[in-house]
Design a protein around this ligand. Sequence first.
Ligand code: SF4
Length: 376
Amino acid sequence: MKIVSGFRVKLFFFKLNLKLVFFLIQKYGFGKQFKVKKAEIERFKEQFTIDKRFYKYLKHNNRVYFNCNIPGIPFTDFFERISNLASENQENHLSRLAIVQIGFTKKCPLNCEHCYEGKILNQPEAITLEEHKQIVAKLQQIGVPMIQFGGGEPLNRFNDLIEVLQLANTSSDFWIYSSGYGLTIEKAKQLKKAGLTGVSVSLDHYLESEHNAFRRNDKSFKLALEAIKNAQEAGLLSAMTICVTQSFCTLENLAAYHQLAFELEVPFVQLMEPRATGNYEGKDVKLNTEQFQILEHFYKNRNSDKKFKNFPIIQYTGYQQRNKSCGGAGNRYIYIDTDGYTMACPFCQNRKSHFLNGTLLTDINSLKEEGCELLN
Ligand code: SF4
């Protein structure tokens, strides 16, 4: 794990900025359009920053990663695509899509306390392998740089996953969101060879007993740790994702979790808030204002304080959503559910038409109009 901070981050942006200016001048000349595009890209970048700054990045295989939701830089046609992604022209919905998550399967060996797909788990699959290939091909044609496979447990459709990855081109980063259940070293190596970028493993506590109780499985903690080790050994990136429940949300717990990620050499930690959907539907799981403040403080402090410069980079989408805007809700992210239908995100249950045969442009428009449930 090679976390870079301080002057080298500034230097990276200085060089990147020079190249960007060069690209924009070549494309638009040094006039009004240049200024408009440059400003759009600055505003786009700020969506992901703390106080307009990135403090750390991970260097891996000659690419730079600011967090596990931003594809490694550079990616194919980098400046052209960044310029499209940053576009504020509301007509350009599709080329603004930065991240798409796909519910790759309905199958899962677990039954976690918070599962947002809890109600449909282990029903027959609705998306065929052929359709998955078409979905990914369509996303790559649109230019989506980050494609994530969730579920269910995506490793449950391992052979299909391999086929889909093999068919895809290298213009997108691919991650799986997994409980780690069944990620052997052999499977990790096959996934890497097929083109996977990283594995985000759900780990919901730093204590084995607490995590296993949450996941309702007494082997889950060990399997998650083994999956992280196997992913790393295979040369995949790794992340730890936690659903920060009301009882977990203290600075002491968050610090212990961050310490565990550091010891496991996991470069990214992702903090998720519990939402009252799926197994949590109708339950009082939402964090309160004080708990949001704890998360925000932790997120900002741990990413910016020099004391933690070698510690894993923390990603907390809730901060961006509350302080900037929600990147989901058709804005720059969509979720394709396990039936193949377009939604704002896995939590906002506002299903639109089928991703392959439906009315994607209209859907994205209405998702944007409806906005993020969290902010309404
Ligand atoms: S949260 Fe993930 S691992 Fe847990 S039951 Fe749901 S799909 Fe399976």
